[in-house]
Design a protein around this ligand. Structure first.
Ligand SMILES: O=C1O[C@H](CS(=O)(=O)O)[C@@H](O)[C@H](O)[C@H]1O
Length: 300
């Protein structure tokens, strides 16, 4: 169950809080965001240094836009980013109070709707998971602290999601034609860190995730220094030790979709930890056996 891989950083770039890695299905290039750094980053093929698209507000996640470029979900709403020229165009206001919440993890479904969950700055259960299409943003679930972990099964009939603060991952039946979720079924549960518990014995909390062609759910364990791979049955298949305490989200990319890119965080970490983890904030890369599912395009 404990697996080891050849894990390397993608160049020298370090994010404060890297998130939302995306292998763009049309451009065949990697993007991600640095949330507090207020940047969208792009690695051209073979490049060690990313191109930077500065943002005026914290970007929580990105999606490939059906018409080209990206949709950027920022604290202040949804924006189209022209990746050829860096131009930004506002698409929609946020459906929450941006003084209290921001968009966090999000992905398009197979029909092009953008599903995005919010995060409560005060870490109160006041955030929602939204389904967003041309008609606007409709909350689908509420009572969330930190919405995370969105991914679909290969046949699109199930959606996974987590609340990082609650230390739980759920699976719901998903109706792609209607764009609706069924009842939540608990998929994985983790033990919150006790007040006096050393970080070295904490398994972490579920952050971003991705699904491979076999249907396995790969989830980054924030503060747990690991990536877990689950079968669709909920059986833990692999426990992969990482060289960074705070991985945030995996995504599959490369021409064969067998390179796993994992964003990580360095922001607000203790100095002794950062001294031991020179790759904190890097995008980590490793090769895997089973290809990942390609990202859907957002129709906004
Ligand atoms: O801001 C974020 O932080 C959380 C980590 S925490 O649980 O709030 O400490 C992370 O899960 C999330 O994805 C990120 O955007």
């Amino acid at each position: 169950m404990t697996a080891s891989y050849d894990i390397r950083p993608l160049g020298e770039h370090r994010c404060l809080l890297g998130e939302s890695p995306l292998w763009h299905p049309d451009e065949q290039q990697l993007y991600c965001v640095d949330i507090p750094g207020r940047q969208v980053l792009r690695w051209r093929a073979g490049a060690d240094v990313p191109d930077v698209f500065p943002q005026d507000s914290e970007p929580g996640c990105i999606a490939a836009r059906a018409g080209g470029g990206l949709v950027v979900a920022r604290r202040d709403g949804l924006w189209a980013l022209g990746t050829a020229n860096g131009q930004m165009q506002r698409l929609a206001e946020p459906p929450y109070d941006p003084a209290r919440q921001r968009y966090n993890d999000g992905k398009p479904d197979a029909a092009g709707r953008f599903w995005i969950g919010a995060l409560s700055d005060a870490r109160e259960p006041e955030a929602s998971l939204y389904r967003i299409d041309a008609a606007g943003a409709e909350p689908q679930l509420g009572g969330i602290v930190t919405s995370n972990g969105l991914a679909w099964s290969p046949d699109g009939r199930f959606i996974y999601r987590s609340d990082t603060k609650a230390h739980m991952v759920w699976r719901h039946a998903f109706d792609v034609a209607a764009g609706t979720l069924g009842e939540a079924q608990l998929f994985a549960r983790f033990t919150p860190r006790a007040a006096d518990q050393p970080l070295s014995t904490y398994s972490g909390r579920p952050d971003g995730a991705a699904v491979d062609e076999s249907g396995a759910y790969w989830v980054a364990m924030f503060e747990g220094k690991r990536l877990l791979r689950y079968a669709p049955t909920g059986e833990l298949l692999e426990d992969i030790a990482l060289p960074v305490r705070c991985p945030t989200m995996p995504c599959f990319g490369g021409a064969d979709r067998r390179t796993l890119f994992i964003t990580t965080a360095s922001d607000k970490r203790p100095a002794d930890e950062l001294a031991q983890e020179p790759w904190a904030g890097a995008v980590l890369t490793l090769r895997v056996d089973v290809p990942g599912l390609p990202a859907h395009r957002c129709s906004l």
